[in-house]
Design a protein around this ligand. Sequence first.
Ligand code: ZN
Length: 381
Amino acid sequence: MNKRELSESERLRYGRHLVLPKIGEEGQLRLKEAKVLCIGAGGLGSPVLMYLAAAGVGEIGVVDFDLVDQSNLQRQIIHRESDIGTPKIESAAQFIHALNSQTKINLYPDGLKVENALEIIQSYDLVVDATDNFATRYLINDACYLAKKPCIWGSVYRFDGQVSIFCAPEGPCYRCLHPEPPAKELAPNCATGGVFGSLCGTIGSLQATEVIKLITGVGLPLIGSLLTYDALSAETELVHINPNPDCVLCGDRPTQQKLLADYDSFCSISLFNLQDGSIAEIYAPDLSAMKNSATEFQLIDVREVEEWNLGFIDGALLIPQGEIFDGSAFVKISHDRPVVLYCQSGVRSINCAQALLHAGYSQVVSLAGGFQAWDQFTLHV
Ligand SMILES: [Zn+2]
């Protein structure tokens, strides 16, 4: 039998694809010949792997170093209760094999690292980024660009999801959209901020759809477009993204021509890194992001008790500015955790931050615009 033919059993199995205009037998054969690497076998990776196996993708690589935890089962539907404590790649492989025994599965239990990224990615046609941290996201982007492999990227946080394709020929890379990672204190963290379980199904399924579109050549893939989805309003938006001519990786004069040595330190820039002794300010959305991140910090209201009684930011401690200037408050303020100060409009808190820096505190920022800015911000979210 000619290698490029579907067997009788495959014709039955993929019948609903075969009758689709523009997919047909040629599209199904392309799926059978395709090699897709999925990095992450969690919330996004679960639907991606399930739909790719079901669609008849011939070879699937799964990268994940993590073990299944009870808290994963709320959304990572490729794993079962009986898998708790075992490697995610194993339960993912079992599921894929049970769904489609013809799929060739390659497992990478060490996770993606600088040392293995290019070698692993090299052997695939397409890469799916189904990870949940910035260090791996930049590593995947850089490796995909260098290896010339399109990356189907997805992300979820709380009730919001995003999908796009990076590193495709003529398209932007992730760095074109986000040249730098957020300060580590502002990085969204699903463990503390939460994630709506079924949102992973929506976004992961969109990623699988984009993979199948790229392989079969059907439709308009999300190259140069960012799809955002708000589960609460059920609204989607398609934002155009141009390649950035100043991008360090894919721009006109690239300065980065290989992988970075250490992506963890690249993504560990702190908001509290003091430069030239000036006071760093953060904005209300940053404070909100910090409250939702894994960062432990002290939020201190330096106004007077009369102002506090009219309203304050949840989680704050009231220490009127006089106690900071006379030093009596220092016993209440730890040196070990970052300090965020706020007042009514953002002036007094800068003076207090200066006083704390003089007193030897090293990680201090002031909320720009103070409680007024916070109040305005929370009215609109
Ligand atoms: Zn770029």
